[in-house]
Ligand binder design. Structure first.
Ligand code: PPE
Length: 307
């Protein structure tokens, strides 16, 4: 079990053991919660939160889609996170803000329950394994399709969406793979259960657009900018399943997954079956940036004030 001393809840710091909730909490029954996943990394000037503003803005956007109250603004949430990391003394960590309908009444009208919010932070190592970061992972094309804006809006990072992700992930694991890749209902590639996907072909880089069911990933948007600055041709476009099989390189991006190479899909080796050259270049650039080693991207980092 993970533990850290403090959790932020509704504007206050409470002890980890006291951060419990009633079993009739609305979100527990109906998936009425929106969340974020953010990472902080150790830098020469102490811990720094990566892309804090973009993550909290996306949380508010998720709340807007679901017409949830937005009790705090981005600045307040960033300040709360800085204080949380300081109190918990974590050099690097994963941060999980959750805005949810709490304990009130049951039924489909959530507005009769309070909108509660927590921010927790704990150490979370590499999502798909150290070995996966280094040498790539093996993926399965899922038999489940990605949720669709006609049913559940994929751009809202709502906990309910993750029922879809969990079905896909479990299937991939039970078939002996590391991760799933989902097609959308139109049959083109959407994304992974918790990652955006990038394809490299003849030196050009592509990723799937939001209109194909991909989350507007903040790691993906950061990669877009970095890759452009490195001189790569990079763009959003639809990708078909068979294009994945014959890609030169493939990789996932995500806060948890960071930059994870994909070395195999459904028994087909991708490229030379190792981390591709361009993937490796982007991965090392990414880790330099998040660890505060590239001052050009210093504005993507929010440091934790000392003292
Ligand atoms: N797609 C989905 C569906 C998704 O959940 C994530 C993040 C991404 C793409 C990448 O987005 P970004 O983190 O902004 O680059 N998934 C979060 C949850 C992972 C979990 O298992 O929990 C994350 O990476 O924090």
């Amino acid at each position: 079990m993970i533990t850290t001393p403090w959790i932020w809840k509704n504007g206050e710091f409470i002890k980890w053991e006291e951060a419990t909730t009633h079993v009739l909490t609305h979100a527990l029954h109906y998936g009425t919660a929106v969340f974020e996943g953010i990472r902080a990394y150790e830098t020469p000037e102490g811990p720094a939160i990566f892309q804090a503003k973009a993550h909290y803005q996306r949380l508010l956007d998720s709340a807007k889609i679901y017409m949830m109250p937005q009790p705090y603004d981005v600045e307040t949430l960033i300040a709360a996170t800085q204080e949380l990391l300081k109190r918990n003394g974590l050099p690097s960590c994963y941060i999980r803000p959750l805005l949810y309908y709490g304990y009130g009444t049951m039924g489909m009208n959530p507005r009769q329950s309070p909108a509660d919010m927590i921010i927790a932070a704990w150490g979370w190592g590499s999502y798909l394994g150290e070995e996966g970061l280094e040498n790539g992972i093996r993926c399965k094309m899922s038999s489940w399709n990605r949720i669709d804006a006609r049913t559940l809006p994929p751009l809202a990072k709502c906990t309910a969406n993750y029922a879809n992700s969990i079905l896909a992930k479990q299937e991939a694991i039970s078939c002996g793979f590391d991760e799933a890749i989902l097609l959308n209902l139109n049959g083109t590639v959407a994304e992974g259960p918790g990652e955006n996907i990038f394809l490299v072909k003849n030196g050009e880089i592509f990723t799937t657009p939001a209109s194909d069911g991909a989350l507007l990933g903040i790691t993906a948007q950061s990669v877009m900018q970095m890759a452009k600055d490195l001189g790569y041709q990079i763009s959003y476009r639809s990708i078909s399943r068979d294009e994945l099989y014959i890609a030169d390189e493939l990789f996932f991006t995500g806060t948890a997954a960071e930059i994870t190479p994909i070395r195999e899909i459904d028994g087909r080796m991708i490229g030379n079956g190792k981390r591709g050259t361009i993937t490796g270049h982007i991965q090392s650039e990414f880790f330099d940036i998040v660890k505060g080693k590239n001052p050009k991207y210093g504005h993507w980092l929010t440091h934790i004030p000392k003292g």
